[in-house]
Design a protein around this ligand. Structure first.
Ligand code: MLT
Length: 409
């Protein structure tokens, strides 16, 4: 008898975004007249073409594959040196992260799930609520939780509430936890964590021998120069944190797939006998066994994002999406809604009118405005009463969404 991983049976519904996709398909099938008008501001998927510098580098990378002299077969599992060096020199300039502390992958979603391979059983895991669902579901899948309750909260996880009162940056736990997932700028709330808040988290992690999994996938969208772009700007973070980053949102690589984790040499965890083990060494071992590296042309394209032209083209993309976020914020405010986020992140987090649930709002936006949003409760119990609008879209679509929002409220 082939046994399955019973932990999967604990998972509540389908993954959030396919579930939204299913509901949208049902809606467009039932309302073919509205299908053409539909504007998707649900999943945070980029819409604009990739930077020309990246496209050219990928073309060149393909051309190299057509010539025996420049052909590349299997690449280094950890990523090509040219990309890891570009990341260290640009993304981590002055932050004491070297190329050999960087692991290139096919994206942050995979990284943030796969990392659990190298952590042991029995860790107390803290997640924010609301939260990027991948952190929770992957912990459920691997057996780090008990059953879920009616609100979708799993026994055994420590949920750190993010509310308007704490600016969507959770208070330090009163209990001891071993692993903490933090994502800033935040998906879904669009909140940014201040230097003081992150300093408190690093202090807590060091005092409690915990590891912070810091997801900085939206770092490029930070507009406020006082907001840290990396956890490694905080003193002591190299001993207690790893950082996930992605080319998906800044370089438009959601369909191309490339991301990376920075794991400092100084980061260690405890073995069963109490000895300290390098997290980087474990991840390196895991990577060389289970991964053959992101594809060569894609890594060429990612490295080109750090060239002078690439940087300028990425800045233009960020400007485009953040201008959309600003339009969405203003439209919601003018419609009388309370708005958060959207200033250092491409997500606008909106409070539903009194007494209206997140899924009611999803239905209203779909039925009355033909706009897809993401219901806040899909990100966790504390997301109930909110909805998220993604700014990843064309300007024309966003202007139309703004017009429709003002029309229906
Ligand atoms: C989102 O909409 O939350 C993101 O697209 C999810 C992701 O990046 O995987």
């Amino acid at each position: 008898m082939a046994r399955i991983n019973d932990n999967f049976l604990k998972l509540k519904a389908g993954y959030l975004f396919p579930e939204i996709g299913r509901r949208v398909t049902a809606f467009t099938t039932a309302n073919p007249d509205k299908a053409a008008k539909l504007i998707r501001c649900g999943i945070g998927d980029v819409t604009e073409p990739i930077p020309a510098a990246a496209a050219q580098a990928m073309h060149d990378g393909i051309d190299e594959q057509t010539n025996r002299d420049t052909f590349h077969g299997y690449g280094p599992e950890q990523g090509y040196g040219f990309l890891r060096e570009a990341i260290a020199e640009n993304a981590y300039a002055g932050l004491n992260i070297s190329a050999d502390e960087i692991f290139v992958s096919d994206g942050s979603k995979c990284d943030s799930g796969n990392i659990l391979d190298i952590l042991g059983q029995g860790n107390v895991i803290a997640v924010t609520d609301p939260v990027y669902p991948v952190y929770v579901d992957t912990n459920v899948m691997i057996g780090n939780t008990g059953e879920g309750d009616a609100d979708g909260r799993y026994e055994g996880l420590v949920y750190l509430s993010c509310t308007a009162e704490n600016d969507f940056v959770p208070a330090i736990p009163t209990e001891k936890v071993d692993v903490i997932y933090l994502c800033y700028p935040n998906n879904p709330t669009g909140a940014a964590a201040t230097r003081e808040q992150l300093t408190e988290w690093v202090k807590y992690a060091k005092e409690n021998d915990a590891i912070i999994m810091y997801d900085a996938a939206y770092e490029a969208f930070i507009q406020d120069e006082n907001v840290p772009r990396s956890i490694f700007e905080i003193e002591g973070a190299h001993e207690c944190a790893m950082e996930f980053r992605s080319f998906s949102k800044n370089g438009g690589f959601t369909g191309l797939r490339c991301g990376y984790i920075a794991i400092p040499d100084a980061l260690t965890g405890a073995a069963a006998d109490g000895s300290r083990v390098s997290i980087k060494q474990l991840w390196s071992r895991r990577t060389s066994t289970k991964f053959n590296g992101a594809s060569y042309p894609i890594q060429k394209g990612a490295a080109a994002l750090f060239s002078p032209e690439g940087k300028a083209q990425v800045s233009a993309l960020i400007e485009h999406y953040m201008a959309n976020a600003s339009l969405l914020r203003t439209a919601c405010q003018e419609a009388g809604l309370t708005v958060y986020g959207g200033e250092n992140a491409p997500y606008v987090w909106v409070a539903c009118p009194e007494g209206v649930t997140s899924w009611d709002m999803f239905d209203k936006m779909l039925n009355d405005a033909s706009v897809v949003i993401t219901p806040g409760s899909g990100f966790g119990a504390a997301g109930e009463g909110f909805f998220r609008i993604s700014a990843f879209n064309s300007k024309a679509n966003v202007e139309e969404v703004c017009r429709r929002i003002k029309e229906i409220f």
